[in-house]
Design a protein around this ligand. Structure first.
Ligand code: ADP
Ligand code: MG
Length: 278
């Protein structure tokens, strides 16, 4: 395509809410055959809410530590803990000291002299009967204390977008750090057949490299800090405009509204731009 045509395409995209980092990006979409989708915040809203928990004390301690984190799971737990604490007349959440965030893993801090950890389950059977909720474990001074379950919802447009991706000849793949149980439930709900779950943030990049090593040309859509390296490695990195600045900076394209249907438009538009002007 001529530089002029690519510039026209870029301007058209901007009108549709697709921000492109440079005109050459449109040509990158031409050979894409695989579209990797992050789960939380991309296929789902990422607006999580607490759906179940062991008891008020477990929630209060978990909330005190999560208060220091911006992860969607953390925001939900801190909010519920504040609400329950206020209802119980316990007032504000206690302060956390020595806070540390372990990406893709959880958080840890000192609350009222106790070491409180919130993170991945060490025993998957604790999530039995929780359906598609993400279940995290709370440990106090190294001992299992209970669980908190957070429910997320699939975005209204995700299933339709995935149908379109398939019609465009792309194979959708769901990629997440969350459990296989939750990932499979979300994939089934939106019509994705390939699931890669329980992937640590630093390994998301390796998943993209592996797919490329198999000869695939990969687009990836993500929103999180955890997705940045994988987005940069992808042949076409697409960030949700509702996501983190790090994900946006690592990407070739940003979807202003954070809606997968716009990614469908972006692929359509670039293919049309390239066809028209050869
Ligand atoms: P995703 O790939 O879906 O965006 P992450 O890589 O951010 O998910 O997190 C993977 C898993 O690590 C979560 O499902 C959860 O079990 C655990 N986790 C991550 N951050 C937190 C946190 N702040 N509190 C509790 N658990 C967490
Ligand atoms: Mg995410």
């Amino acid at each position: 395509a001529t530089p002029m045509a690519l510039m026209v395409g870029t301007a058209r995209a901007a009108k549709d809410g697709i921000l492109i980092s440079g005109p050459e990006v449109l040509e990158q979409t031409k050979k894409i055959d695989t579209i990797v989708l992050d789960k939380t915040g991309t296929v789902t809203t990422g607006k999580m809410s607490v759906s179940d928990y062991t008891d008020d004390e477990v929630l209060r301690l978990a909330g005190a530590v999560e208060h220091a984190s911006e992860h969607p799971i953390a925001v939900a737990i801190a909010k519920a803990a504040q609400t329950v604490s206020a209802e119980n007349g316990a007032g504000d959440l206690p302060e956390v000291a020595d806070f540390s965030n372990r990406p893709g893993e959880g958080v840890v801090g000192t609350v009222e002299g106790k070491t409180v950890e919130v993170g991945r389950l060490t025993d998957a059977s604790r999530a039995e009967g929780m359906e598609a909720a993400t279940v995290v474990e709370v440990r106090v001074d190294g001992q299992y204390a209970g669980i908190v379950a957070v429910a997320d919802t699939v975005k209204e447009t995700s299933a339709r977008a995935i149908e379109h991706f398939k019609a465009q000849g792309l194979t959708p793949v769901l990629l997440t750090g969350d459990s296989t149980r939750v990932a499979d439930a979300v994939a089934a709900e939106v019509g994705i057949d390939e699931v890669i779950a329980e992937v640590r943030p630093e390994d998301k990049l390796a998943v993209i490299e592996k797919l490329q090593g198999e000869g695939k040309t990969v687009a990836m859509v993500g929103d999180g800090v955890n997705d940045a390296a994988a987005l940069a490695q992808s042949d076409l990195g697409i960030a949700m405009g509702t996501g983190t600045d790090v994900a946006i900076a690592a990407s070739d394209m940003t979807l202003v509204r954070g809606d997968l249907l716009v990614a469908v438009d972006a692929i359509d538009l670039s293919r049309r731009t390239l066809r028209n002007i050869k």
